[in-house]
Design a protein around this ligand. Structure first.
Ligand SMILES: NC(=O)C1=CN([C@@H]2O[C@H](COP(=O)(O)OP(=O)(O)OC[C@H]3O[C@@H](n4cnc5c(N)ncnc54)[C@H](OP(=O)(O)O)[C@@H]3O)[C@@H](O)[C@H]2O)C=CC1
Ligand SMILES: CC1=C(/C=C/C(C)=C/C=C/C(C)=C/C=O)C(C)(C)CCC1
Length: 316
């Protein structure tokens, strides 16, 4: 009897959440205020990380900036200060767990307050065919895109749980939900990031830590230069052009501010994710070939090769 009542309640809840989320697409729910929050962003010296710092500043939050690259990170801090915001820059290699724990303690001591929003944004890609790729580059991708999530979350989640207040944001990728050729290191690390994030979200819910929210952000190609050259068939690209970094960050911010658990940017990329789960492998392969997504990384790998020959300087 209890089982049947539970089943009925569960089905009603399922219908309620499907309807609620459908309505949310049309009528945006109210956003939560983040003024006064302390937001830590990893990879803040680069494309999306810098824009996240600026967006959170616009919303009145203070930002802690972590990047391996001191000079680009300091530039981000400067930009935030010019906007009238508060920014604290730290040079941190997020792959080194001692570095992460030491700097987390330093932030706590320097600022005298806890980080309440953690944006795990730092990311890298090898940009070489797997069999040509040095092992160290493959390890680096796994360490930055996956292992670092454990270290930063272990450093900041306990205080969030203690205060029953906080937000963990993981910048993963659509390549954490479906894959393509020649980015094995990246896909493996982003699928791992998605698995890590979802398991953590389940853990917080199972343990009734309702004040700590989670948002998984899965963007399609963004024009930051990280995947320069990556290209699908022209006719399909018209429907699915690479994202402008500002647009991507605004969409991600909207999701964060309404406590949305998952966002794919743009929404159209939910389709290949669904197709992967629903249709046979072979039919997905046919679609990949038609859309030019089977070899979309070839020009990217060529670009990376040219850059390497150019002494690491970007080629147009
Ligand atoms: N660009 C794209 O097409 C997409 C990107 N993403 C994801 O978005 C996130 C941001 O990407 P994007 O802004 O494009 O990339 P960028 O390369 O522009 O920025 C990444 C930043 O992370 C820093 N970083 C790298 N390694 C470390 C480390 N060990 N410790 C601390 N910081 C580090 C980089 O420093 P340095 O410059 O010195 O290497 C850089 O400042 C990544 O997680 C990426 O995987 C998701 C979907 C699409
Ligand atoms: C595979 C695939 C596609 C192309 C995806 C691409 C090109 C993704 C690139 C993502 C990047 C660069 C993410 C970085 O994190 C389509 C056309 C959407 C649909 C069919 C399946």
């Amino acid at each position: 009897m209890i089982f049947l009542m539970d089943l009925q309640m569960m089905l009603l809840d399922v219908i309620y959440f499907i309807l609620r989320n459908s309505v949310r697409i049309l009528l945006r729910p109210r956003t939560k205020p983040v003024d006064g929050e302390l937001v830590l962003i990893t990879g803040s010296g680069g494309g999306l990380g810098r824009l996240f710092a600026q967006e959170f500043t616009k919303h009145g939050a203070d930002v802690v900036l972590w990047d391996v690259n001191s000079s680009s990170n300091e530039q981000t801090a400067q930009l935030v200060r010019e906007m009238g915001g508060k920014a604290y820059a730290y040079t941190v290699d997020v792959t080194k767990r001692e570095d992460v724990y030491r700097n987390a303690e330093l932030v706590r001591r320097d600022l005298g307050r806890d980080v309440t929003i953690l944006v795990n944004n730092a990311g890298v890609v090898a940009g070489e065919r797997m069999l040509d790729c040095p092992d160290e580059l493959i390890e680096r991708t796994m360490k930055v895109n996956c292992h670092a999530l454990f270290w930063t979350v272990k450093a900041f989640l306990p205080q969030m749980i203690a205060q029953n207040h906080g937000h963990i944001v993981t910048i993963a990728s659509v390549l954490g939900l479906f894959s393509t050729a020649c980015v094995e290191d990246y896909c493996a690390s982003k699928f791992a990031a998605v698995g890590f994030h979802e398991s953590l979200a389940h853990e917080l819910l199972a343990e009734d830590v309702e004040g700590v929210k989670t948002t998984l952000v899965c963007p399609y190609i963004v024009e930051t230069g990280m995947f320069q050259g990556c290209k699908i068939r022209d006719e399909v690209e018209v429907l699915l052009p690479p994202l402008k970094p500002q647009y991507c960050v605004e969409q991600a911010m909207n999701a964060i501010l309404i406590d949305q658990p998952l966002v794919c940017i743009p929404r159209l990329t939910y389709l290949p994710f669904l197709a992967r789960a629903l249709f046979p492998w072979e039919s997905n392969v046919v679609v990949y070939r038609f859309m030019g997504s089977d070899k979309c990384m070839y020009p990217f790998i060529d670009t990376m090769k040219k850059q390497a020959l150019n002494g690491g300087i970007k080629v147009e």
